[in-house]
Design a protein around this ligand. Structure first.
Ligand code: URP
Ligand code: ZN
Ligand code: ZN
Length: 470
């Protein structure tokens, strides 16, 4: 068979194991996998991966691109976000389509399609945010249209996005009935509001600045919310996925719930694996504000253990990038202090998800490279309903491939080694391996010899089936 592309002499890593192998790509899919030399050398392009790690393209299933949020719009859109993704071995993103005021889920789908279509270099899909009770009526039709995952936020009343316990309960009932999955942002809104109100004085803000973000979100704010959501999940039997879990106690809760058969899954984000809340002591600490905020070194260690052992099944980024100028919206010039409740919440991250897991997980000996493939590619593909076409290097799967040079380490420098439009980076100065030497999305080269070659418009909306079991 004549191939479009051959990737030869590399070590191919799947979630189930590694082997020296050659990959033959034709028509955007993996046509053959064979022992080195077994596919010949006849192809339009031959990529020599000698000495390299060859992994399935990764999926970042938690991103917010061009999201109107906190009085501004997140600065990475589908053009810059998908270029950043490819730079970091990611070949598909799943965003959150949040209905504008008064709109429904089908409208949100259209709005997000306009943001992505003809612009994204990598493949994409979205979870649909249920922010009003009426949205629940649309759930079955949206599942039938290939969007089987939904999102509810326990917080963000100011944005009009918050769902209460009854909405969570009803949504989970629907997930059970129609084989969907509900993603939940778990933070307890009432206690959080109380703690924010108590600290929201000019005196305290002048004295403590962005540290108040950490002070007002003790671990219990997330932990109680996870505990409650797990109860609703258990009571309804509806499948649930806790997003951006940041606490060690959260991992304990998920482990215990899964052990008694509750259909709950959890992801963590790489910022919770390598940063801690001492960042808020920095002069530029407000830049690091995200919800939930980064926690303590003990949480970090427990989340790594969860990723290794399985109670944390996916690594993602929660990319929601803002520039320094946008983050400066917190500053009250007349008062001469910062109000942390006005900081646009979120961090850039698409470039660095795989590099962080590769460097601080695989190279550091916390997880194997196969486990990295599981949490960054195979598991996100499977649990989001794409297990039959993404997340593995095997015949018939999409030719989403990343090639990593294990000998290479780059320092994180905004605008140089990372492609986000944010003019700062939470991991700046960190030496990281695991950036892409090559990235192919359905056979199309998006990074070539370490140089980004984005192809806006190549990325496609991907319809998904019901989420797979773990
Ligand atoms: O701070 C964050 N995480 N911003 C994005 C919105 C969310 O809660 O995921
Ligand atoms: Zn969230
Ligand atoms: Zn998010």
């Amino acid at each position: 068979m004549a191939f479009d592309t051959l990737i030869v002499h590399g070590t191919v890593h799947n979630a189930w194991g590694s082997a020296k192998a050659d990959l033959g790509i034709k028509g955007g899919v993996i046509a053959a996998v064979a022992e080195p030399g077994g596919l010949g050398s006849s192809a339009r392009r031959v990529i020599d991966a000698s000495g390299m790690d060859v992994i399935p393209g990764c999926l970042d299933v938690h991103v917010h691109l061009a999201l109107p949020f906190c009085g501004t719009v997140s600065c990475d859109d589908y053009e810059s976000g998908s270029a950043a993704a490819a730079n970091g071995c990611v070949t598909m993103v799943i965003d959150f389509a949040i209905p504008p005021a008064g709109a429904g889920l089908a409208d949100a789908h259209e709005v997000w399609r306009d943001k992505a279509e003809g612009i994204s270099s990598v493949d994409y899909a979205w979870h649909l945010a249920v922010t009003r009770r009426e949205h629940l009526a649309e759930v079955p039709a949206m599942i039938a249209r290939g969007m089987p995952t939904f999102k509810e936020f326990m917080i963000y009343e100011r944005e009009g996005w918050n769902a209460d316990d009854a909405m969570m309960f009803e949504a989970l009932e629907l997930m059970r009935l129609h084989d969907g999955m509900l993603l939940v942002h778990c933070e307890s809104p009432r206690v959080l509001d109380l703690l924010i109100d108590r600290h929201h004085t000019p005196e305290l803000m002048r004295e403590h600045g962005a540290r108040l973000h950490r002070v007002t979100r003790p671990n219990v704010v997330e932990v109680e919310a996870i505990e409650r959501a797990v109860r609703w999940c258990e009571a309804t039997g509806g499948r649930m996925y806790v997003v951006h879990m940041s606490t060690g106690e959260g991992a304990d809760l998920i482990k215990a719930a899964r052990a008694r058969g509750v259909p709950v899954l959890a992801e963590t984000c790489v910022q919770y694996l390598v940063l801690d809340d001492t960042v808020f002591d920095r002069p530029d600490g407000h830049l690091f504000a995200c919800c939930p905020q980064v926690k303590k070194p003990a949480d970090r260690a427990r989340l790594w253990r969860g990723l290794a052992d399985g109670e944390v099944c996916v690594a993602s980024t929660d990319t929601c990038s803002f520039t320094r100028e946008q983050k400066a919206m917190w500053w009250d010039h007349a008062g001469g202090y910062g109000d942390w409740t006005k900081i646009p919440m979120g961090l850039p991250g698409l470039d660095t998800m795989v590099p962080i897991v590769y460097t601080h997980g695989v190279r550091a000996g916390k997880i194997s490279i196969n486990r990295m493939v599981e949490v960054c590619s195979a598991a996100p593909a499977r649990v989001m309903g794409l297990g039959d076409r993404k997340g593995a290097l095997a015949p018939g799967f999409d030719a989403d491939v990343a090639v990593i040079d294990p000998a290479e380490t780059r320092e994180v420098i905004p605008g140089v080694s990372v492609r986000s439009r944010a003019d700062w980076n939470p991991f700046a100065g960190m030496p990281l391996g695991g950036f892409a030497r090559w990235t192919l999305c359905r056979g199309e080269v998006l990074v070539e010899e370490g140089k980004p070659t984005p192809k806006p418009g190549h990325g496609r909306f991907v319809e998904r089936r019901s989420p797979g079991r773990l």
